[in-house]
Write a protein that binds this ligand. Structure first.
Ligand SMILES: [Zn+2]
Length: 425
């Protein structure tokens, strides 16, 4: 239970003031990592441009890029000078030596498992999707599924699985990414499972895990609309309501890695029952199961229609489109609660952009004009426009792409980050 303590004013001698930052806990990234990441971010860049953009002397850029070329991270590429015709003398730029390292991103979900294989420059080499029967799996079965996906996607891409440099794995639920522990997931029967360690032992590949909302956010940050933004939110609506938040180009995870549970913020005291066991959570009004719960009561549906969530939601949507007032009111109510949730995000974080993502985004009632107007009304009037809202309906491999970004980050940190120096000491 939360405790509120009264802390007496200190009468001790002055011990200084200002944030006590442990110098080793947040070292700035080494120059070689900054250079490599800049090259990867822009694709191709000349040394002189790197020097300008990063504020590093040309001599340092020459020395460090030589080292990066020698160790197989970068390579020289011929490129045309700006404005020159194809007959012009080619200039030399730097690019990532894409094929020297590979990572795999896997998303395990209730309906299908997906995987992508990407190279070190982030190019997609192969993708794979396996449909599955819904329901939670035992840990061993989940590990089997990940192993099968890894071997299938590697076979498709012509890469040996044991040469993969890292595997990023995403599951829905409560995940402590830093420790690799899945505390609860609808795809896993056991609780508090150290999935990263178990999978690493099984596959002999470094493994990083995260929850699915963070994966969508990483996909936007690495490959999508969030690449050029420092602060933005991604809200996902499917089985639950999730959120990923980027602060200063980094995913924010909370002190214990479990923050940003927008779906379980309360929008009504003693309100609708949520699958987390509490009442009045946002997702108890907006998520699939909330719509289904209402639909079963309000609509006169046949037994066949109530068999699957997807079929039922499609039917509800069709009824709403056809003018059925009960069906319309269900979407309208969900939309109003979504507006409330989004306005809370705006009032708390002031993001540049909110991206709405997920399969449910097809149900345009959820983000209809009225919903957006309501959100604007509930957001503080600061005299500025509210942030842009974009709807992104990505393909099946979106989450797996985010998992691959997680793995790329891990490999880059391991091979070029400051932890490499610390490990060598
Ligand atoms: Zn809840």
């Amino acid at each position: 239970m939360a405790q509120i303590r009264t802390i007496p004013q200190s009468t001790q001698a002055n011990k200084g003031c200002g944030p006590l930052i442990d110098p080793l806990s947040d070292p700035s990234r080494p120059l070689r990592q900054q250079i490599f990441e800049r090259v990867r971010a822009v694709g191709q860049i000349a040394r002189v441009q790197l020097s300008k953009e990063l504020g590093i002397s040309p001599a340092s850029v020459t020395t460090i890029t030589s080292e990066l070329i020698e160790s197989g991270f970068l390579e020289e590429v011929q490129t045309l000078r700006d404005g020159e015709s194809s007959r012009g003398r080619p200039a030399v730029a730097l690019g990532v030596r894409a094929g020297t390292r590979h990572v795999v991103g896997i998303k395990l979900s209730d309906r299908e498992h997906t995987a992508v294989l990407v190279d070190f420059a982030g190019n997609l080499i192969a993708g794979e999707a396996i449909e599955r029967a819904p329901g939670a799996l035992e840990q061993d079965a989940l590990l089997d599924a990940a192993a099968e996906l890894l071997s299938r996607v590697c076979a498709k891409g012509g890469i040996e699985p044991d040469t993969i440099n890292a595997l990023g794995l995403g599951v829905p639920g409560f995940v402590d990414s830093e420790k690799g522990i899945v505390h609860w997931s609808p795809v896993l029967i056991e609780r508090h499972v150290d999935l990263a360690t178990a999978l690493r032992a099984r596959l002999a590949v470094p493994v990083v895990v995260d929850n699915d909302a963070n994966l969508v956010t990483l996909a936007e940050l690495w490959f999508g609309a969030g690449r050029a933004l420092s602060d933005f939110a991604v809200v996902t609506i499917e089985h639950g309501v999730g959120m990923g938040y980027v602060i200063n180009h980094r995913i924010y995870r909370g002190a214990r890695g479990m923050g940003m549970e927008l779906g379980h913020t309360k929008v009504q005291l003693d309100g609708a029952l949520c699958r987390c066991g509490q009442r009045g959570c946002l997702e108890a009004y907006v998520a699939d199961y909330a719509l289904v719960r209402e639909a079963r009561t309000a609509l006169n549906l046949t037994h066949k229609e109530t068999q699957s969530v997807t079929t039922l939601l499609e039917s509800l949507y069709a009824h709403a489109k056809a003018g059925n007032s009960a069906a319309r009111s269900i979407f309208r109510r969900a939309g109003r609660y979504l507006a409330l949730g989004l306005s809370n995000v705006v009032n708390l974080f002031d993001p540049q952009l909110i991206i709405l993502s997920g399969e449910r985004m097809r149900f345009d009632y959820l983000y209809a004009k009225e919903t957006m107007a309501e959100m604007e009304e509930l957001s503080l009037d600061t005299g500025r426009d509210i942030p842009n809202i974009e709807i992104h309906a990505w393909g099946d491999l979106l989450w797996a792409h985010g998992a691959a970004a997680l793995a790329l980050h891990e490999v880059t940190e391991r091979l070029l980050g400051s932890s490499r120096e610390m490990a060598a000491q």
